[in-house]
Design a protein around this ligand. Structure first.
Ligand SMILES: Nc1ncnc2c1ncn2[C@@H]1O[C@H](COP(=O)(O)OP(=O)(O)OP(=O)(O)O)[C@@H](O)[C@H]1O
Ligand SMILES: [Mg+2]
Length: 336
């Protein structure tokens, strides 16, 4: 087995068609073709549109990634591809392409769980990172705190009881009349506002490492409806800032609590919400106060990308976990 294997990663679980090449833990290329601007017209991802966009883009994005890395496909040691969770039709495009490539080149196929990919993104940021560490996972479909004990084993300490943090950002964005995907727009608007609108308590001190976002979302819908019905003035920017702080402060706090309770000295994070500058600052402050090392993936490696899929592919490659060519796509894979 190669010491620093050359691995191609492919991601197509939602509206991003992405391909990346790594050599060991060094990222050589990282390409992405997104259909998000098309999806924005519909206020969310339309599965059939996503599948068609993937099938138009997959060949080109893989060729671009190989070219940018300066490698030939014949040099690859393995193809890692997201097989779940995600939109079935979308996943099948990337998975079928990866199977064809692996079969044609006679190299291993490695099916990657998208969420394990988000957790692996930090390995690319810091080539010295090794478990144990505590990870905050906050994405469009998941919000959890995990204790990674070895490269292949993680324990879920707690997670959301209802909506994911990213989902809450997307729903609140709609209420505020902001486009999809909502997270970056809410963050931008929040920078112009003040944290002055009262928000419900976010299971603080209760519920261990669990979270709940649906109450926060409903509170904001009711707040805006009431203000509109009474004809009272209200500030969209203040609502955005107050929501952002209520939604994210708790994540930083509980992540650090997890590290201290488990006597783990390193904290990492992953998922689209971790691209949020306010959350990154809060994590930095909280880890700094507790003297914990913090590794945050680059913002472009927090939202969906193929570099993280290649990074998790490397872990599975080293563990000898290869997938059969009969591997099927999965719409959901439970976190615990
Ligand atoms: N700057 C930001 N601030 C807050 N949220 C953000 C920001 N950037 C992206 N997000 C949110 O992150 C989510 C997208 O993240 P990601 O691509 O990891 O989710 P997903 O792949 O749809 O879900 P999952 O990874 O759980 O399957 C969206 O909900 C989006 O609004
Ligand atoms: Mg994701």
């Amino acid at each position: 087995m190669e010491k620093d294997p050359l691995i191609l990663g492919i991601e197509s679980s939602c509206d991003e068609t992405a391909a990346a090449v790594i050599r060991g833990r060094t990222l050589l290329s990282d390409e992405i073709i997104s259909s998000a601007s098309v999806q924005a017209k519909y206020g969310g991802v339309v599965p059939e549109i996503a599948s068609r966009a993937h099938s138009d883009a997959v060949d080109e994005v893989v060729m671009r990634a190989l070219h940018a890395a300066g490698v030939k496909k014949e040099e690859l040691c393995a193809v890692a591809v997201t097989y779940g969770a995600g939109l079935l039709g979308a996943l099948l495009v990337g998975l079928s392409f990866a199977k064809g490539l692996a079969y044609g080149l006679n190299i291993p196929l490695i099916g990657v769980n998208h969420i394990r990919g988000h957790l692996a993104a930090s390995y690319l940021e810091d080539e010295t990172l090794t478990p144990p560490f505590i990870t905050l996972l906050a994405s469009g479909g998941h919000t959890a705190i995990l204790h990674t004990k070895t490269k292949t084993e993680s324990e879920v300490l707690g997670g959301t009881l209802d909506d994911a943090a990213g989902e809450a950002f997307d729903k609140v964005a709609r209420v505020l009349g902001l486009p999809y995907p909502g997270g970056p727009h809410v963050e931008k608007l929040a920078r112009e506002g003040k944290n002055t609108v009262p928000m419900p308590k976010m299971l603080k001190g209760l519920g261990g490492y669990d979270f709940s976002y649906s109450g926060l979302k409903t509170h904001i819908i009711n707040y805006v409806d009431t203000k509109e019905q009474k004809g009272e003035e209200w500030s969209r920017a203040d609502v955005a800032a107050s929501f952002q702080s209520a939604a994210l402060d708790i994540l930083a706090e509980k992540t650090v609590e997890g590290a201290l309770e488990r006597h783990v000295e390193t904290v990492t994070a992953g998922g689209g919400v971790v691209a949020n500058g306010y959350l990154r600052e809060k994590l930095q402050e909280a880890c700094g106060r507790a003297h914990l090392k913090l590794v945050l993936p680059a913002k472009k490696h927090c939202t969906d990308n193929a570099a993280m899929i290649a990074a998790e592919g490397l872990i599975q490659y080293e563990a000898g976990n290869f997938s059969p060519l009969t591997l099927n796509a999965r719409a959901s894979i439970p976190l615990r």
